[in-house]
Design a binder for this molecule. Structure first.
Ligand code: NAD
Length: 247
C-alpha cells in the first residue's frame, strides 16, 4: 500500500477504524472521513492519518473531501447503519435516512472518486455490504434492501469502470464484534448467539478480520478481481446447516 492514498468512510470507530489501522500497518497514506470529528481526529492522530469531516450523504461534502485529498487510489465505502423491526412499525424518516446513508452515500462517494482515480490511471473501490446484501432477513427490510443495492451497484460499476482501470468489489461481513453488542437487548443478543452457534466458526468476527479482506481488495494482490463479492462470515451463509445424518 506504500504510495497509495486511501479514503475510508466511517473510520472513526468499528470496522472502518480497523481498516484504517490495517492500511496504516501497510504504509498507505490514509484519510479518515467521518461525521464524528473528535473521535475521527483521535484515531487519525494515533495512526499518522489525516481526518476530513465528511457526511457521505452530502455531495458537497464529498467534493470538499476529494479536494482535500488531492489524489485518490483507494476508496472504502464503509459508513453505514441499520434499523430493525416489523415493517408496519418502521418509521418512514428513519427508513429514508438509512437508505440515504447506506445506498446514496456509497453511490455519491463513487461518483466523486472516479475522476480523481481516473486522473491517476486507475484505482480500487471497496464497498462494505453484508451477508444481508446476499440473503434476506426478516425484520431487517430496510437494511437488507440497501445492502443488496450495494451488491448490485458494485457489479454495475465494475462493468462501467473497467476501461478506466478502476476495480470495484464488495465485502460481505457476517456478525462482527462491535460496540453495538453492548447496547443490545438480552433477547436480541440471545437470537444473535443462536445464529452464531449454527455457524461452522462459532464466534463473531473480529473487525480486523474484515479489514484483512479490505486490504486484499485495496492492494494490487487482487489485480484480477472486479465485481467480486467476498464473504467474511464464518460460514454463516454456507448453510442451511441441516444434517441428513440427524434424521
Ligand atoms: P459503526 O456504527 O461502529 O460505525 C459506523 C461509522 O460510520 C461511525 O464512525 C459513524 O460516525 C460513521 N457515519 C455514520 N453516518 C455517517 C455519515 N453520514 N457520513 C460519514 N460517516 C458516517 O458500524 P460498524 O459496525 O463498524 O459497520 C461498518 C459497516 O459494516 C457498515 O456499512 C455496516 O453495515 C457493515 N457491517 C457491519 C456488520 C457488523 O456486524 N457490525 C456486519 C456486516 C456489515
Amino acid at each position: 500500500m506504500n504510495g497509495k492514498v486511501a479514503l475510508i468512510t466511517g473510520a472513526a470507530q468499528g470496522i472502518g477504524e480497523a481498516i484504517a489501522r490495517k492500511f496504516a500497518q501497510h504504509e498507505a497514506t490514509i484519510i479518515i472521513g467521518d461525521v464524528q470529528t473528535e473521535r475521527g481526529r483521535d484515531v487519525a492522530r494515533g495512526i499518522g492519518a489525516s481526518y476530513v469531516e465528511l457526511d457521505v450523504t452530502d455531495p458537497v461534502s464529498w467534493a470538499a473531501a476529494l479536494a482535500e485529498t488531492g489524489g485518490l487510489d483507494v476508496l472504502v465505502n464503509n459508513a453505514g447503519a441499520g434499523c430493525g423491526g416489523p415493517i408496519e412499525h418502521q418509521d418512514v424518516d428513519q427508513h429514508r435516512a438509512i437508505v440515504d446513508l447506506n445506498l446514496h452515500g456509497v453511490w455519491l462517494g463513487i461518483r466523486a472518486a472516479v475522476p480523481a482515480m481516473a486522473a491517476r490511471g486507475g484505482g480500487s473501490i471497496v464497498n462494505i455490504s453484508s451477508i444481508d446484501g446476499l440473503a434476506g432477513v426478516a425484520h431487517l427490510s430496510t437494511y437488507v434492501s440497501t445492502k443488496f443495492a450495494v451488491t448490485g451497484m458494485t457489479r454495475a460499476l465494475a462493468l462501467e469502470l473497467g476501461d478506466r482501470n478502476i476495480r470495484v468489489n464488495s465485502i460481505h461481513p457476517g456478525i462482527v464484534e462491535t460496540t453495538r453488542d453492548r447496547a443490545m437487548a438480552p433477547a436480541a443478543m440471545a437470537r444473535l448467539q443462536k445464529a452464531i452457534a449454527r455457524q461452522p466458526i462459532k464466534r463473531m468476527a473480529r473487525a480486523e478480520e474484515i479489514a484483512n479482506a479490505a486490504l486484499f481488495f485495496a492492494c494490487d494482490e487482487s489485480s484480477y478481481c472486479t465485481g467480486s463479492q467476498l464473504l467474511v462470515d464464518g460460514g454463516h451463509l454456507a448453510g442451511p446447516f441441516r444434517d441428513p445424518m440427524e434424521g
